[in-house]
Design a protein around this ligand. Sequence first.
Ligand code: MLT
Length: 390
Amino acid sequence: MSFRVADRVAQLPPYIFSEINFLKDQARSRGVDLLSLGIGDPDLPTPQPIVERMIQAIQKPANHTYSPYEGSELFRSAARRWFGRRFGVSLESNQCAALIGSKEGIAHFPMAFLNPGDSAIYPSPGYPVFETAITLAGARAIALPLKPENGFLPQAKQVEQLFLSHRPKYLLLNFPSNPTSVVCPKGTLEEIVYLAKKHSVILAYDNAYSEIYFDDKHRPASLLEIPGALDVAIEFHSLSKTFNMTGWRVGFVVGNPELIAGLIKYKTNIDSGPFLAAQDAGAFALDNAEMLTAPLRTVYLERMKIATRALGALGIEYVEPKATFYVWARVPGNRSSMEFTKALIESEGLVVTPGIGFGREGEGFFRLSLTTGEAQLKTAFERLGRHLAR
Ligand code: MLT
């Protein structure tokens, strides 16, 4: 007997990181020594004080039960406190809910608010889940092309044109951007909020990388800092990258209470919230965020210097990173981003992510994730140099 997946799954492209895993497995089976700058999964452990808090939290039987659907009061109040300290925006209790990682919220939000046939806009290049989530909700996914000549930022005119021609119900943006590492100026966010309100479009903002930045001048803002944003917007946050907690699956959503209530209504039917002990440790992390995140920024800044110096020396064009732990660089020569990635894995065992995995507008680029130590990073660039010299 053979089984066929549903059309909604059959229509999806393979998830880029599982495709890369397949290429890695093939290379590994041939004995290739792999070095990965592929997936953005921090190599550094979760800070020890958070781990210790988790050890205490897991001992409490009260943490072994289902979570409240919107998340524990302990976690949500810590998230609101952090948000107030970090962005100067004070939130009511119904303006914040826990998520099983921000990816979960981003994936489910369109199911709660889009009907089949609706249109919704996502950034390209962008994190693949943005488009997939819209498609799975049966809606038409419209790309907002983020062009190198515009610094990979949306242009107000371009956004309004898409609003007028597609009448979308939903626009999702992500800054600091995965994969481009670009931070969005507040002026652009103000223009987007103005347009969303004018055209009655729901705005979602993925701010998962807000804490990984390199100087105060480019410290990422929250969309909710923009006056009036709370009328139309929600924002996703994640503890994954901020505290090296990718496997813990804890994030949260903040913003318009009606939008949050709709998402929670959907979620009550399909999940039971993050593990309460992880929320407990997550609350501790957020309450101590200033102390815990500063050392991580220092580590990534050093890695970023190594990477950009090496790329410069190899004559590879790249976007000057202002945040995240990614470098977005142009594929040298005439190969497609996938051809380049495959050749790099085959010849040097060096894993990068091809730009095409982030949408059509990502073609011609590749992404390096600096989630590996400095010594390995240096080796990675030696391998890249060797590959280019062949
Ligand atoms: C990435 O862009 O590398 C992601 O964070 C990995 C993922 O969530 O699948």
